[in-house]
Structure formats: C-alpha cells, structure tokens
Design a protein around this ligand. Sequence first.
Ligand code: MF3
Ligand code: CO
Length: 247
Amino acid sequence: MNNLTPAEMVLMRKAGQITRDALNYCETLVKPGISTKELDNLAKKFIIESGAIPSFLGYEGYPASICTSVNDMVVHGIPSEDVILKEGDIISIDLGVIYKGYNGDAARTFPVGKISAEKQRLIDVTKQCFFEGIKNLKVGHRLGEMSHAIQVYAESNGYSVVRELVGHGIGKKMHEPPEVPNYGKVTDGPLVTENACLAIEPMINMGRKEIWLLEDGWGVITRDGKPSAHYENTVHVTKDGIEILTL
Ligand code: MF3
Ligand code: CO
C-alpha cells in the first residue's frame, strides 16, 4: 500500500476536488437527447480549464476522457455520437484527473429524467455499498473486512457483485497496488496501513454477476442484460478515519 506525505496529500486533495467538480458538472449535463460524446467533450474541456489532465485519455489506448456506461453497461463505455441518452436510462460516468502529478478517480451513476423505482434502488444501494465498505476500512485491519462488507450489503439487497473488476491503490499513478475487491472474506487482503490512498469502486449488477467484454475491447456489459451501477471515490486512510477526497 502506498504511503503519501502531507505535502503529497495537498496535491491529492486538489486532484480529488477537480474530479468531484467535473463529475458534478457532468451531472448537470445529463438529460434526454445529449450524446455520450458531447458529455466527453464538455468534461474534457472542464478538466483542462481546471488546470488538470484527463487521466483516462490515452491510458492503455483508451480513446476518451471519461467512461460513459448506460443501463446494462457495467463500466468503460466509450463515449459515442451514436449513444443518445433517453428518459429512463441510467448512466455511470467514471472520470479521472492528474493534477501536478497526482491522481483523482471517481464515478457516479445518474438517472436520465424519470427512472423506474427499481433502477433508483440499484443506484442507491450501489452508493451505500461504498459507505458500508468504508465503515469497515481501518488502519491495522485486513482490507478484506471492507470488501466483505460491500459484498454482504449488495447481496443482502438481492444484487450481485462483479468479480473481474476491482478498485485499486492510487497516487502518482492511477492504478497502484493493492487490488481492492468488492467481495471476499474478512481474512483476505493486506493489512490496511496509515496514509494509503485507495480508489474504492463497487460495481453492482441488478441480476447475475457475469459480464461480457465488448468487441471494442473496453465496454463491459452484463450477460443477462439487466442494469448495473457504479460508484467510486478516492479515499485517504488515516488513523482518525477515512478522508474522502472526491466528495
Ligand atoms: N476509473 C477506472 C478505474 O478505476 C479507469 C478507467 S479505464 C481507462 O480503473 F482506461 F479509461 F482509464
Ligand atoms: Co478506479
């Protein structure tokens, strides 16, 4: 696990704030009729005007600044002129920035206009999975205590947890050790250490946990075609508790 200095944390906080502000801006744009490509263009402009770099753009060849995953898409949806939001959809927007060499990474799932009660419950439970998780993220405890809490909360609400994709350490690089699964046993994983930064990101399916990778090599969809939601924040672990950097 990484161990960031107070001086580095100043920059991590700023990266987190820009990430949060860009996602809040995206939320104001989400309406029936907008394409996911327009969301990407506007988000990119916002990030650059904030003095940061969109970290996803060019990452392992990823062609956009944000991921836009609609309905049964779990994560990593590539923005497209051909994907136009419509009333009743849900869209997860995942967005990362680099500010003076430090990373912020976060995701939210938003409703498009009026959505069904069952989709709203999926969004709410996925967000709450994150908060149930961090209640169990403590210095000196196994990371698995958090992972397990996320899984129990999702499954007790009748949903399933994606296995192939996990959260991660974050700092000078977007992806650092350790892996941060959203499932597992309390005895799994490394001991949590002070001053680590982690991106915790439950990906929760309304139906079954199995996924497909699209032929574009990025988009991940549910095999059963049922909706999926994603909620992510970058956090800083301190002995006094968890500081959420992207909220
Ligand atoms: N936010 C994603 C993650 O947590 C990264 C998106 S993949 C990218 O792993 F290629 F688009 F950057
Ligand atoms: Co992430």
